[in-house]
Design a protein around this ligand. Structure first.
Ligand code: ACO
Length: 194
């Protein structure tokens, strides 16, 4: 996704992590320039959030700058530095956060957990199925120090279920009443009765 401003001046590396203050990593400008930079990051969040919602057939964006500011969520953006005549473009977005959830395993045992969750994930339509989703997802796993099976996934699309199956052999999701999905190895191993 292209923007009227120079994306490369706002985001200095190929994958950036954005926290609720919307200040891009490595920001070095003064206080006045900070306001301008934060509003550009907000524009990226809103545009990518809307595009993700449209791609998932949702009527309302689940990722907006306002919601990020009032959350403990983390956003990762994938940047194509060479796009838009060298001004750069944003090609992917991934949102994570911990949630308090009740989850049930296949035997009906329930667990109260606070797992890392995959909350939103989007690669621009023109770039899907080129391995970029995997690049962004892997970066997130490494930064958060987790394995895919430790995550709960909020309302996964068919494309995302295909993605998790293809890259991480995660299949047969255990669907929860709260619309989250986990996989069998998410649950702690229960010892068999003696
Ligand atoms: N149809 C079916 N499966 C797909 C499609 C598609 N159009 N696109 C990606 N996939 C799955 C397939 O398993 C595919 O492997 P294949 O091409 O061999 O069949 C695999 O993903 C490709 O892996 P990557 O190239 O690394 O993934 P990609 O860059 O396409 O990113 C993503 C995956 C984020 C799901 C992307 O397709 C996308 O943005 N889709 C639209 C939005 C969406 O559904 N997001 C997830 C919402 S749910 C949530 O965020 C919690």
């Amino acid at each position: 996704m292209e923007f009227s401003f120079n994306v490369n001046e706002v985001f200095k590396s190929p994958i950036v992590e954005i926290t609720p203050n919307l200040i891009p990593p490595g920001y070095t400008g003064d206080r006045r320039a900070l306001w301008d930079t934060v509003s550009k990051v907000g524009e990226v969040v809103n545009q990518m959030g809307s595009a993700s919602a449209a791609a998932q057939g949702l009527t309302k964006a689940i990722t907006t700058a306002d919601r990020i500011r009032n959350s403990e969520h983390k956003l990762y953006f994938l940047i194509d530095k060479n796009a838009n005549s060298g001004k750069g473009a944003v090609t992917g977005m991934l949102k994570t956060g911990n949630k308090s959830l009740y989850v049930f395993d296949r035997d009906g045992n329930h667990y109260q957990v606070q797992p890392p969750c995959l909350l939103d994930f989007y690669i621009h339509e023109t770039k899907q199925r080129n391995g970029l989703g995997k690049v962004l997802f892997e970066h997130m796993l490494q930064k958060e120090g987790i394995a895919p099976v430790q995550m709960a996934i909020d309302r996964p699309s068919e494309k995302l279920l295909g993605f998790l199956n293809k890259h991480y052999s995660l299949k047969d999701p255990v669907k929860q009443m709260n619309n989250y999905v986990v996989f069998d190895d998410f649950f702690p191993k229960r010892s068999l009765p003696a």
